[in-house]
Design a protein around this ligand. Structure first.
Ligand SMILES: Nc1ccn([C@@H]2O[C@H](COP(=O)(O)OP(=O)(O)OP(=O)(O)O)[C@@H](O)[C@H]2O)c(=O)n1
Ligand SMILES: C[C@](O)(CO)[C@H](O)COP(=O)(O)O
Length: 231
């Protein structure tokens, strides 16, 4: 059944999905690769659409696959599909340009984080609604972290208590994200990094283990296991 978005919602979600997936290995663009029988992107969009505040979803698809992605998502949720760019930042900028007048909170969410629960979409949006210009979901770093030189010689042990692993969706006041993209020079893979460069304070909220990014083959196997076991 096709999900309905909330016409009175205040949140637009941009879904960059135009990456190749080089680290996943040869094959179709990553967002279009199957996870338990459906493309990663379908899983991601279904969960975004289940978040009650979402008014608009814009997907940035690989340029050659825009029509295929429209077809793939037609029965999932009402989405706008645009062509992405060569860098993630260009894909986000293309999606941002397609957001209609209305939503004043914009979330940017990797298609690759296909199992992200709707509750995380809501908690990030709520933190922006509460007055923060930029909000990122994070997890504590659980491994010991070493700094090394070019020859893999350990230089020292980093204090991990002040480190966080960053996820998406990342949430922004719309004008803040738009200004950061206008001002952007070198491409970054992280929108929070763009707004930091503008001197904007970025606030952390608790992330979710389920928002793992499918990057390497092990991540895909883990996501498949989580889905098929109902974990
Ligand atoms: N030119 C790009 C590059 C990335 N992305 C998207 O940004 C998200 C996060 O990127 P990542 O997981 O690093 O994906 P890829 O760039 O595809 O991965 P790789 O670096 O292994 O090729 C993904 O949903 C990806 O599709 C995008 O829309 N446009
Ligand atoms: C935005 C991001 O998902 C935050 O963790 C990440 O930066 C995406 O890209 P990367 O190429 O894997 O760093």
């Amino acid at each position: 059944m096709t999900a309905q978005l909330n016409p009175r919602g205040d949140v637009a979600v941009l879904v960059p999905a135009a990456g190749a997936g080089v680290r996943l290995g040869p094959g179709a663009p990553k967002a279009l690769r199957p996870l338990a029988g459906e493309p990663l992107l379908v899983h991601a969009v279904r969960r975004i659409a289940a978040a009650p505040s979402v008014h608009t979803i814009v997907v940035a698809a690989p340029a050659a696959d825009v029509e295929a992605v429209r077809g793939m998502l037609a029965s999932v949720a009402p989405v706008t599909v645009v062509a992405g760019g060569a860098e993630r930042q260009a894909s986000v900028a293309a999606a941002l340009a397609a957001v209609p007048v209305g939503p004043e909170i914009v979330l940017v969410h990797d298609a690759a984080r296909a199992l992200t629960p709707p509750e995380l979409v809501e908690s990030v949006a709520e933190a922006v609604r509460a007055g923060h210009d930029a909000v990122i979901p994070v997890l504590p770093v659980v491994d010991t972290i070493k700094e090394v030189d070019a020859g893999e010689l350990v230089l020292g042990t980093v204090d991990r208590s002040a480190l966080r692993a960053v996820q998406t969706p990342q949430g922004f006041r719309r004008s803040v994200l738009a200004a950061a993209h206008v001002a952007a020079s070198d491409p970054l893979t992280d929108d929070a990094g763009l707004v930091e460069k503008q001197g904007v304070s970025v606030v952390c909220v608790p992330g979710s283990e389920y928002a793992l990014k499918v990057t390497r083959p092990f991540d895909l196997a883990l996501a498949e296991h989580l889905l098929t076991t109902g974990a």
